[in-house]
Design a protein around this ligand. Structure first.
Ligand SMILES: NC(=O)c1ccc[n+]([C@@H]2O[C@H](COP(=O)([O-])OP(=O)(O)OC[C@H]3O[C@@H](n4cnc5c(N)ncnc54)[C@H](O)[C@@H]3O)[C@@H](O)[C@H]2O)c1
Length: 344
């Protein structure tokens, strides 16, 4: 598959330029670009550069605010309710995460929920901020992420949609002209389909587990759990009241939940036990000798290492063509250089 290699710095700058061109504040544009670049480096192309046009459109149409900062509406030692002021999701996410960490440092736990937020990219980005402070972190919109620190920089990072895949993965297959695997999504009549277009035009994603026979109701239950902690707890939109994907006829008012837990407030030796737990899992005999048993976060770690070794992020050429055409429309310099073609 033909891909071109682009440096992280170039992608970061490109996204910042595009956001600034439509009026985003430089530090807000930077926050968004950092989350998207991290998504691509971790191999979650569904939540990286591929999504940039959606955020640009949100700013362009004025449906997402560019002025102001998030505000704490209600607060106790361990909790806070934040009004995201309809700013870009990563601006709200970073604000809430920092607040949750500060509270966890003080009282052992910080539980922060936000309303008035917008789409914030990969959930794991926020969960991993707590790792730097040696804290456990969990959050959700409908994705769900928990990051727990082990020894020597190792960690468990579960970062997952509560549907079988994120919608962005269906969009990527569609953009590349590839079918989707059985069990990712359904057509407008609720029938499982391998045609990404049927999913994107009136169909939908199916929960983790797929159909009822294969335990899909468990993914459904997890999705509901996320709704309770986010939309319901924050007094934001939930369920069918959440704005339809990519439609900009009204503000999103998304709810998000950010929790930081300080292990120092519990039994000593947390990091050592986490390392042991990860080793137990990774040392299991794999069913397929060619595919070792992994822990959540390992695939992303491997992807980041690959990007580091290659000196950039490998993008499918169609994604770059699409983004460059888009940049031209908003008067922004193209993403360069695309001269390093690789085959992966
Ligand atoms: N902001 C939003 O509204 C939104 C919505 C949905 C998804 N997302 C993001 O999309 C991204 C992709 O989500 P996804 O569910 O498609 O991810 P995925 O299926 O690729 O991975 C999910 C999790 O499983 C782990 N994993 C993968 N293979 C594994 C293996 N063989 N053994 C053990 N663990 C393994 C990964 O480390 C990850 O933690 C995530 O970053 C998520 O936060 C965001």
């Amino acid at each position: 598959m033909n891909r071109c290699l682009i440096s992280q710095m170039e992608v970061q700058g490109f996204i910042e330029r595009c956001l600034a061109a439509v009026g985003a504040k430089p530090h807000h544009a930077r926050s968004l670009a950092e989350v998207l670049v991290e998504g691509d480096c971790r191999g979650h192309y569904s939540h990286g550069l591929n999504r940039m046009d959606m955020y640009v459109k949100d700013i362009q149409t004025g449906i997402c605010a560019v002025d102001g900062e998030p505000v704490v509406e209600k607060e106790s030692a361990a909790t806070a309710l934040v009004d995201g002021k309809n700013l870009l999701g990563p601006v709200v996410g970073n604000f809430c995460m920092n607040l949750a960490i500060a509270k966890a440092k003080e009282v052992g736990i910080g539980w922060v929920v936000a309303h008035g937020s917008n789409h914030f990219g990969i959930a794991g980005y926020y969960a991993m901020q707590a790792l730097k402070e040696n804290m456990i972190r969990t959050l959700g919109t409908n994705p769900l992420s928990i990051a727990a620190p082990a020894k020597d920089g190792d960690s468990f990072v579960l970062d997952t949609a509560t549907s079988t895949v994120a919608l962005g993965k269906v969009e990527l297959n569609d953009r590349r002209g590839d079918p989707i695997p059985d069990g990712w999504g359904c057509d407008p009549h609720g029938k499982i389909t391998t045609d990404p277009k049927r999913v994107l035009t009136g169909g939908g994603l199916v929960p983790i587990g797929g159909s009822e026979a294969t335990g899909g109701y468990k993914g459904y239950g997890l999705g509901m759990m996320v709704e309770v902690f986010c939309g319901i707890l924050a007094g934001a939109q939930y369920s069918k009241y959440v704005r339809t994907w990519k439609v900009t006829d009204r503000v999103a008012n998304l709810g998000q939940c950010f929790v930081a837990v300080n292990p120092d407030n519990f039994a000593p030796g947390f990091n050592e036990r986490m390392s042991d737990l990860l080793s137990i899992q990774r040392d299991q005999n794999p069913a397929d000798p060619g595919s070792p048993v992994l822990a959540a976060g390992d695939p992303e770690r491997m992807n980041m290492k690959k990007c580091e070794e290659m000196g950039g992020i490998p993008y499918h050429i169609n994604v770059i063509k699409y983004m460059n055409e888009y940049a031209q429309k908003i008067g922004v310099n193209q993403l360069l250089p695309c001269d390093k073609m690789i085959s992966v």
